[in-house]
Design a protein around this ligand. Sequence first.
Ligand code: NAP
Length: 364
Amino acid sequence: MNFQKKIALIGCTGSIGRQVLDVVRAHRDAFSLSALVCGGRRERLLPLAEEFSPRICVAADSYRGTMDALFEGCDVAFIAAGGFAGLAYTLAAIRAGKTVLLANKESLVAGGEIVMGEAEKRGVEIVPVDSEHSAIFQALHFDRRAKFSRLVLTASGGPFLRKTKEEMALVTPKEALAHPTWKMGKKVTVDSATLLNKGYEVIEAKWLYGADFSQIDAVVHPESIVHSLVYFEDGAALAQLGYPDMRVPIQLALTYPERLPCAPRLDLEKIGELHFLRLPAEKFPCYTLARQAGEVGNIFPCALNAAAEEAVEAFLAGRITLPQIAETIEGVLAKTRKGEVTFAGLLDADRRARTLAQDMLYGK
Ligand SMILES: NC(=O)c1ccc[n+]([C@@H]2O[C@H](COP(=O)([O-])OP(=O)(O)OC[C@H]3O[C@@H](n4cnc5c(N)ncnc54)[C@H](OP(=O)(O)O)[C@@H]3O)[C@@H](O)[C@H]2O)c1
């Protein structure tokens, strides 16, 4: 490959961040790092600083510089931070005019309207990293504005697909963290168990591909081999297949339309069968809540996300049951009022929703 891409990597110590570093290690001639940013686990940062010699290497919780400084000298900004914190980086990278490789789904869930608006205004490309959205991107020949009739996101169904509602009230954090096909950070793994994650991906797809919610469906596909499908007017559907391995969409976001060696080739004979089932939304209220908040728009998806971040933390701490995550989100949304869709407005909505969630969770 005939380029040297300099990457500013935000969230370098997480599940996605570490896989970005693996891709860089595998193709030193093609990629280098200009910035490495983590949240608070600076002990993980030091060895990375030595290995990759970035221009800037910081932990966000003690960083006093500007956001802009993080993106100086990079070719692309890879936003792999977890949670609502990712939005500020995404907006800063867009303001700096850098192509954004977006793994942080909360940027689009909470701030899709301003992220896409700013990107459009400044002519900045937003490149999907999430495996489902990367699959769609590939089926659309890397043109986010291409025409289609329908998007179908595949969902593994998580570890509790076959549990009853009653059984789900008894699951432990350890069980929720044991995802059958993907190995990911804790928050997104729990969101995959409640299918909140699939609801997030519906919202992401709306913003990335300019789709109406009525054009976006999800289907359960337990093997996680088909990563999503695009339907066209003539009835044809294009899908992308591969083993569940985030390095593939991560690397492709860096190289498209070209490709470099990355993962083992799919062996269909070994896989044998692929299954597709209706998504049982009645058992997974988080999925429906996310879709509904997405359809209402305004600051509601932002409030939903803040409530979810608080509720998942409480679930992981053993304070609430899995179904109480949805109850917390529903309670917070019921008390949320319309607000201003600006970055300041979203910060305010996030703060208010967290306070409401904490009141519900900790009875303050
Ligand atoms: N994991 C996957 O397979 C996957 C797939 C698709 C999409 N995603 C999305 O990608 C994002 C990251 O997921 P993950 O699974 O990699 O999460 P993770 O393992 O929890 O990692 C989160 C990363 O964000 C960093 N971080 C936290 N707060 C930060 C802040 N204020 N500023 C800068 N960095 C901060 C963390 O740093 P510390 O280590 O210092 O805390 C860590 O590096 C999420 O939005 C997730 O939904 C993940």
